[in-house]
Ligand binder design. Structure first.
Ligand code: AMP
Ligand code: GLY
Length: 445
C-alpha cells in the first residue's frame, strides 16, 4: 500500500512511525514532512497550505491513501480537492472540518445532536460583550472562558478569573473582525478521545490526557499541548463507551443527516465535571501531542484502519488492539513559545535521548544548509517514553528530554505525575485487602 501523509509536525511523524511498523510495510511519502519523517518516508516539497501542489503530487505518486494531518488544510478544503481528483482520503471535507474551524458552528451541531457541552454565548460585536460575560458567568465567581471562534493553533482560548483580562482578549478578537464564544467554566479533569469515523460508524482509539498550559502546575498561557499520556488509570469504567454513545455517534449522525459525512478523526476534547461529562471542544483530526502516545500504544496496524474509514467501510476493519504498557510524551518548546517562538537554534542530544530508549519525535525542526538539525517552530520535539507503568514511561520521557540541548528551550516536568502517583496508590490499595478505593477522588488533572 502506498500512503501519502500531509503535514509537517509531531503528529505526522507519529502517524508515519506507526504506519512504518505495519506489516506488510507500506510505501510512505510525506508532504512536506520534517527531518524525523525523512528517516521513514520520502519527503516532497508540497507545502501544507499549497492545495494545488498536494493534488499535483498525488497525481504523480498515485497513492492508495492520502492522510491529512493538520486542521488548516482540512478547513481549506484539501480533502475535497484530493477526493475530487479521484483519491482515497482520510480526513474530513472542509464542510465537516467546520466542527473545528468554527466553535460556534460546533456548538450548534452539539445542541442539535443533544451532546453535553458548556453553555455558551456567541458574541459578534463589542457592545454585546459585557452582557455575554454576565450571562455565562453571572456571579463572576468562577473563571471566564473566552474563545476566538476560528482556528488559532490552540492559542485562541483564554481561561481567567480576571474579568478585565477576559474582556481584553475578547475585544482583541472582535476588533480584528472575528467573533468570540463565551463559555460556562467546566471544572474537572480533561480527556482527549480520538474517534475514527467513516461518515456513519465510529471506532474509538485509547483515551489520553493532554497538558495545555505552558508551565508546570498548569500555570502560564494555553498552548497547542505540552505533553500527554495514555492510558488513564483513573478514568471511570465505561468512559469510552459513554463518549461514543453520547458524543461521537450523535455528532457523526447529525452531520450525516445534514449531508456532511465526517470521514477522519473526530477528536473529542472532554471535561469530566462534577455534573457529568461535557465536550470542551471538537477537533477534526488527530491531536498533537496525544497522537504520539496513543499510536505508540496501538498494537494493531494503522494503515488498514484509516483506509477502511476512507472507503466508508469501517465495519470491514479489525477492532484496534492495544499494548498493555504506558506511554508519556514531553514537548520541548523553543524560547518564547507560545507568544513568540525563537527558531534557528542548533539541537543536540537526540542520539543520546534515543540511546536511553526514548523516542524522539520531530515537531518543529529543520536542517540548515550544512545539515545541522535546528529548531523551526514553537514545539520543537516531543520525547516519548514507554514502560510497564506510567512512572517508568514518565521517567524515560523526562530523561530523554533532559538529554536534549536547545538554547533557551523548556519542557514541563509534571506531565503524568499525578496519574502515575494515582496508579501507584491504587496498586498499593489493591494489595491491601482492608482498603476502600471509593475514598479515592481519581482526578489527576
Ligand atoms: P479549546 O481550544 O476549546 O480546547 O480550549 C483550550 C483549553 O482551554 C482546553 O483544553 C481547556 O483546558 C481550556 N478550556 C476550554 N474551554 C473551557 C471551559 N469551558 N472551561 C474550562 N476550561 C476550558
Ligand atoms: N493537543 C491539542 C490539540 O491537538 O488540539
Amino acid at each position: 500500500m502506498k500512503i501519502l501523509v500531509i503535514g509537517t509536525g509531531g503528529r505526522e511523524h507519529a502517524i508515519i512511525r506507526r504506519l512504518a511498523a505495519d506489516r506488510p510495510a507500506p510505501e510512505l511519502h510525506a508532504a512536506p514532512g520534517n527531518p524525523g519523517i525523512a528517516e521513514l518516508a520520502t519527503c516532497h516539497d508540497a507545502g501544507v497550505g499549497d492545495l494545488d501542489a498536494q493534488v499535483a503530487l498525488a497525481r504523480e505518486l498515485l497513492p492508495d491513501l492520502v492522510v491529512i494531518g493538520p486542521e488548516a488544510p482540512l478547513v481549506a478544503g484539501s480533502a475535497d480537492r484530493l477526493r475530487g481528483a479521484g483519491f482515497t482520503v482520510f480526513g474530513p471535507s472542509a464542510a465537516a472540518a467546520t466542527l473545528e474551524g468554527s466553535k460556534s458552528w460546533a456548538k450548534e451541531i452539539m445542541a442539535a445532536a443533544g451532546v453535553p457541552t458548556a453553555a455558551s454565548v456567541t458574541v459578534t460585536a463589542l457592545d454585546q460583550l459585557a452582557a455575554g460575560l454576565d450571562r455565562v458567568n453571572p456571579l463572576g465567581d468562577v473563571p471566564f472562558v473566552v474563545k476566538a471562534d476560528g482556528l488559532a493553533a490552540g492559542k485562541g482560548v483564554v481561561v481567567t478569573p480576571d474579568r478585565d483580562a477576559a474582556t481584553v482578549h475578547a475585544e482583541a478578537v472582535l476588533t480584528a473582525g472575528g467573533s468570540v464564544v463565551l463559555e460556562e467554566y467546566l471544572d474537572g479533569p480533561e480527556v482527549s478521545l480520538f474517534c475514527v469515523s467513516d461518515g456513519s460508524r465510529v471506532v474509538p482509539l485509547a483515551p489520553a490526557q493532554d497538558f495545555k498550559r505552558a508551565l508546570d502546575h498548569d500555570e502560564g498561557p494555553n498552548t497547542g499541548g505540552m505533553g500527554a499520556y495514555s492510558p488513564l488509570p483513573w478514568a471511570p469504567e465505561g468512559l469510552v463507551d459513554e463518549v461514543v454513545r453520547t458524543v461521537a455517534q450523535p455528532t457523526i449522525d447529525e452531520l450525516a443527516a445534514r449531508g456532511i459525512p465526517f470521514v477522519g478523526v473526530l477528536y473529542c476534547g472532554l471535561a469530566l465535571t462534577s455534573r457529568g461529562m461535557r465536550v470542551v471542544e471538537f477537533n477534526a483530526r488527530f491531536g498533537d501531542p496525544e497522537t504520539q502516545v496513543v499510536l505508540e500504544r496501538l498494537a494493531s496496524p494503522l494503515g488498514p484502519l484509516l483506509l477502511e474509514a476512507a472507503h466508508g467501510n469501517l465495519s470491514a476493519a479489525d477492532e484496534p488492539t492495544w499494548h498493555e504498557g504506558s506511554a508519556v510524551t514531553v514537548v520541548i518548546a523553543s524560547a518564547g513559545y507560545p507568544a513568540a517562538a525563537r527558531t534557528g537554534d542548533e539541537i543536540t542530544g537526540v542520539d543520546a535521548a534515543q540511546q536511553l530508549g526514548a523516542q524522539v519525535i520531530h515537531a518543529g525542526t529543520a536542517r540548515d544548509a550544512d545539515g545541522t538539525l535546528i529548531s523551526a517552530g514553537g514545539r520543537v520535539l516531543t520525547v516519548v517514553g514507554t514502560g510497564g507503568d506510567l512512572e517508568t514511561a514518565r521517567a524515560l520521557a523526562l530523561a530523554g528530554a533532559e538529554a536534549i540541548h536547545l538554547e533557551g528551550s523548556s519542557h514541563r516536568t509534571d506531565i503524568a505525575r499525578k496519574a502515575a502517583e494515582h496508579s501507584t496508590q491504587a496498586a498499593a490499595a489493591s494489595d491491601n485487602t482492608s482498603s476502600d478505593d471509593t475514598s479515592d477522588d481519581g482526578s489527576p488533572a
